[in-house]
Design a binder for this molecule. Structure first.
Ligand code: URA
Length: 349
């Protein structure tokens, strides 16, 4: 519904009904609002069978399709996976290799936020929330990804400084990063590297460039979230407070969602009917559902970092099947349900 303060309304005008199509597509997990505009301009979106135009509004009863596939609002879901090596960061691998899809619940379609190489292990986020995924991946939001890297040779403080200040790769200079030598031996060293870019095989190429090829690479943190406590192959839904921290890290407002029913009904359900001599007491619980209530407000689109939801329509069915074996542990699913209180499904690719 439009706001009564809509500056474009003249006296007597009927307020427009429904949500802007961009907002609808973002809430459906298809993409960010900004990129939804691109999809609309490209003519890839239809509403009730008619090619959509910018500025259109839609209601729940409208049938919206992107690339011919119907999309609709869904509850945001977030998972953290400790990706083992040997598992591919995709939901469907044409070569039949084990994919990350086998390691998260299959009742919901969530997409990997960015990519870890098949031989990289560690923290991988998966979500159906296109807006937050876009913000987590796009370098302009400055979200840091931290890697623990076992490299060949003894890394000096001077080399760590080079990594931090930027090294010249074939696709240009790397942005300033943070680099720390954790343990320097004569044959091997362990360093921690925190970057906010997400170029293809960036850490490996940076280490190659300074003469210390990577032996093992593990992502240990993504923005404010650390991997701790999750064995390789295990995944779990993010806690509400973790989602809140991700939203904060990406400049999104905290989401507050009213539970269904009137305030009185919700109180009655929680505390029983009000006594005749007074009201039941208790504070309203804040529920985070990742509602996207802030605009993307950013130009550009990280091509290589597009969330899969931005690349095309949903496909039916989950990812590849089959287990996987990675170094450092077996592959297990360890999760129950999703983010508590969040129903709905996502999409696969
Ligand atoms: N940098 C790499 O080189 N590989 C990854 O998987 C992630 C970052």
């Amino acid at each position: 519904m439009s706001s009564p303060r809509d500056p474009f309304l003249l006296p007597g005008d009927k307020p427009p009904v429904g949500d802007k199509l961009q907002k609808f597509l973002s809430a459906a997990g298809v993409t960010s609002r900004r990129h939804a505009e691109v999809l609309i301009k490209q003519g890839r979106v239809t509403v009730n069978g008619t090619v959509a135009t910018l500025g259109m509004r839609v209601e729940a009863s409208d049938v919206v399709r992107v690339g011919g596939v119907q999309v609709g609002p869904q509850a945001p879901r977030f998972f953290m996976l400790n990706k083992p090596t040997g598992v591919v960061t995709t939901l469907d691998d044409p070569q039949g290799r084990p994919t990350v899809a086998t390691l998260v619940p299959d009742d919901v379609r969530v997409y990997p936020v960015g990519r870890l190489d098949v031989d990289t292990s560690g923290l991988l986020l998966l979500t159906n929330d296109g807006e937050i995924a876009h913000r987590l991946m796009h370098p302009s939001y400055g979200v840091t990804k931290t890697y623990r890297v076992l490299v060949q040779g003894g890394v000096s403080a001077a080399t760590a400084r080079r990594l931090a200040e930027g090294v010249e790769l074939e696709d240009g200079m790397t942005a300033p990063a943070q680099a720390r030598v954790v343990d320097a031996g004569s044959q091997q060293s362990v360093i921690e590297l925190a970057i906010h870019e997400g170029r293809n095989r960036q850490v490996r190429r940076m280490c190659d460039e300074v003469g210390h090829p990577v032996i093992e690479l593990t992502r240990i943190a993504y923005g404010p979230l650390a991997l701790a406590g999750l064995a390789p192959g295990d995944s779990r839904p993010l806690l509400d407070q973790e989602i809140r921290r991700l939203r904060k890290a990406t400049g999104l407002a905290p989401a507050r969602v009213e539970k269904p029913g009137s305030r009185a009904e919700r109180r009655a359900a929680k505390f029983g009917p009000p006594r005749p001599d007074g009201d039941a007491t208790g504070s309203e619980q804040e529920v985070v559902d990742g509602n996207r209530d802030a605009d993307a407000g950013h130009g550009g689109n990280a091509d290589q970092q597009q969330h899969p939801a931005q690349r095309g329509p949903r496909r039916a069915g989950g990812g590849a099947s089959g287990g996987a074996k990675g170094s450092g542990g077996g592959v297990r699913k360890q999760h129950g349900g999703g983010n508590a209180g969040r129903g709905g499904g996502g999409r696969g690719r």
